[in-house]
Ligand binder design. Structure first.
Ligand SMILES: N[C@@H](CCC(=O)N[C@@H](CS)C(=O)NCC(=O)O)C(=O)O
Length: 223
């Protein structure tokens, strides 16, 4: 059985969990706070980052969410998530990179630092200027989601793909941390509600990160 080392608000672990669930791959969750810098964790991943996927029987360890997703895409046929023509697959990978890198850098990363890490680890108050900027930038990203959904049923094309899972994973963490204002983003909101209603999303929505509580709409599948 695969063991997934992660913490509930790690967006990259959420993307991996969504993919594993969509593909029907079983795993056990192991709580890992990467900022505690455990020696055993660094032995599995010298980068010191979650997610890490470990299979003790075979002694296999996978790290980096994109490498992990590609591994399961190549080894499990069920529900392909990087599919279509070579151009369509390039489009999926472009959007995964956009959300993993730009959305995380602009929105999820700053929110995690200001609203989670400063509270739980650093015992500091959040910087309101950083929060304001993250909440300004989130609108730019949601306008882009609106635009994509105006032109295609799913973010990267005609079928659900890893691009939808990567984007929804980032957005769900930002939403948990009170960083998403859906006003003016009807297309993005409807797309996210459809994803939120999938069985693969349910376990994520019911988990809580220690003393940090999400807004009331966070886990509702009709809000
Ligand atoms: N490119 C990596 C990024 C992983 C990453 O940045 N993980 C964060 C948590 S969301 C982390 O472990 N940061 C180290 C820390 O907080 O000390 C991936 O896709 O897996």
């Amino acid at each position: 059985m695969w063991q997934l080392y992660q913490f509930p608000l790690c967006p990259f672990s959420r993307k991996v969990r969504l993919l594993l669930s969509e593909k029907g791959v079983g795993y056990e969750l192991y709580r890992e706070n990467p900022w505690e810098e455990r020696d055993e964790f660094f032995a599995m991943n010298p980068a010191g980052r979650t997610p890490v996927l470990h299979e003790p029987q075979r002694g296999t360890t996978l790290t980096d969410s994109r490498a992990i997703c590609e591994y399961f895409e190549e080894t499990v046929d069920r529900n392909p998530m990087i599919n279509g023509t070579v151009l369509q697959r390039a489009e999926i990978r472009r959007l995964v990179a956009l959300f993993d890198e730009n959305f995380f850098g602009d929105v999820t990363g700053p929110l995690l630092l200001e609203r989670m890490k400063k509270r739980l680890v650093l015992r500091q108050s959040p910087d309101s200027r950083v929060l304001r900027e993250a909440m300004r930038l989130v609108h730019e990203h949601l306008y882009y989601v609106d635009y994509l959904i105006d032109h295609r049923p799913w973010l990267a094309g005609p079928t659900i793909s890893l691009a939808d899972l990567a984007a929804a994973a980032q957005i769900s963490v930002a939403d948990y941390l009170g960083g998403i204002d859906w006003s003016g983003h009807e297309q993005a909101r409807s797309w996210y509600l459809v994803l939120k209603s999938r069985p693969s999303f349910r376990p994520l929505l019911s988990e809580r990160m220690d003393v940090i509580q999400p807004p009331s709409h966070y886990a509702e599948v009709d809000a």
